[in-house]
Design a protein around this ligand. Sequence first.
Ligand code: ARG
Length: 572
Amino acid sequence: MNILTDLTELVSAVFEKHGYGPSYGGVTVSNRPDLCHFQCNGALPAAKVFKKNPLAIAAEVADDLINDARFASAEAVPPGFINLRLSDTFLTSLLQGMAEDERLLLPLMSPKTIVADYGGPNVAKPLHVGHLRSAIIGDSVTRLSRFLGHTVVSDTHLGDWGLQMGLIIAEMEERGLAAADVTLDDLNEIYPAASARSKAEPDFAAKAAARTAALQGGDPALRAVWEAVRSTSVNDLRKSYEALGVSFDLWKGESDAEPFIPLTLGGLRDKGLLRESEGALVVDVALPEDKEPMPPMIVQKSNGADLYGTTDLATLLQRKRDFNPDEVWYFTDNRQSLHFKQVFRCAKLTGFLSENGKEMTCHHYPFGTVNGKDGKPFKTRDGGVMQLSGLIDMVVSNAFEKASSSEIGINEAELGMIARQLGMAALRVGDMQNHRSKDYVFDMDRFLASEGKTGPYLLYTAVRIRSVLAKAGEAPGGTLLPPATDTERDLMLILTMVSDALLRAYADKAPSAICDILFELAGRFNRFYFEHKILSHPDRNRRASWLSLLALTDRFLATLLGLLGVEIPKHM
Ligand code: ARG
């Protein structure tokens, strides 16, 4: 069931019946909820085409709709809007249908196979908040897509094959550090040191570049060092992602695409697409219609080393061969937009995207920067990049403090669990309530507040509903009655709009649409809750109906929070 689709169909049929064709019947949620629930503005464009008064057309359509039992009112108002209010009986029957359906009548789409690339941590390089954002958004979009019926293969796509590996290996050599002895703490310190050094010392930079090329060329000794470094780093990454509640089907990396590189370059060469430029190999990807500069994509350096783009190109071929997906999605920050444009264009030129009679489309879903309170990219107090594990610890310990001040009489272990759930909800909602394209300010105090648009606020609401249901002493299951008050009607109405919000979130790959409907839902529930004495209501049927409405609201909240990867604590 999707209320907007259903109403659009209905209103379109009436437009058609009156000779205007069905295209004017689009119904949207009303932007004046005080006047109506839904609206249709199609009479305005119809008036232009049919050279008639828009209000007259709106009246023709509204007069017809008013006879439909689904509407309490259908009004034409100047200059030519059609304002619709659902009838209470129809609204109630819609909700009864949802209550009886395992999926709450939420939509299923025609299934696609998708490879989703997010997280993108780099081996032996500290993870930063940008990686956190990629993981959180990618994870939520994956959960949503699966819920809507798609098959999603998620892949971290580790950065494990570029110059940073050569830098680390060169630095280990200089320090006389053997691969077997290298610890995580060493690694966290080595990369920044090596990177700084390569900028100051040209000889060191040349050595790092040579090690990168030799590693990629298959040197067995370097390969052994690389494997040791990679596994130390990956073990730690797995722990951080587990703490975040983010999981991946595949832990592949750039290096896994290595066997596909000769194939990719060969394909480009056969098609005459490779061009030599100052010893490097490049592909021209500019198009005549480009309004912005589109430099050629470098696929091989003059020393034979591969680049980030080369491994991405080869990974696309690998994904095509392994999964033959309909779509491949990338979640990274917007500074990589040009990179992905080049890679996608180049991949299209190779022709492999349409192998096996099926076109694989590639999409980059960029996101904005996470800033500190000073408006600059988020850093720790000492000015360094905040590491993910440190960040998770900080969030959970803040949440722990908050939970211990409000929770009396529960044991330490339970408190720890609540703190983790509270902290992760704060972090995830703090991030995802912002549209992914926007920068936002990382402010843990605000994220953890119990009021306002926060994760904890949503959790308090969910826990409140569950505690009322637990106190009721009867299992909810009573038949829903038509709403008794405006606030009850408002709550019921918002439940009919969830389906549309999910489709919007999916279309835009934007979990913020899920957050928006959650805040609206929680707000309307809380208004209803504070206005009604649910448990002590004298009329048994009304009380039972309210409990059913609460149970239904709870299912919606749990489903939506689940799509954000947020768990509801037992109590708070
Ligand atoms: N490792 C990259 C980074 O840290 C992100 C990887 C994104 N995925 C990809 N296929 N390029 O920026």
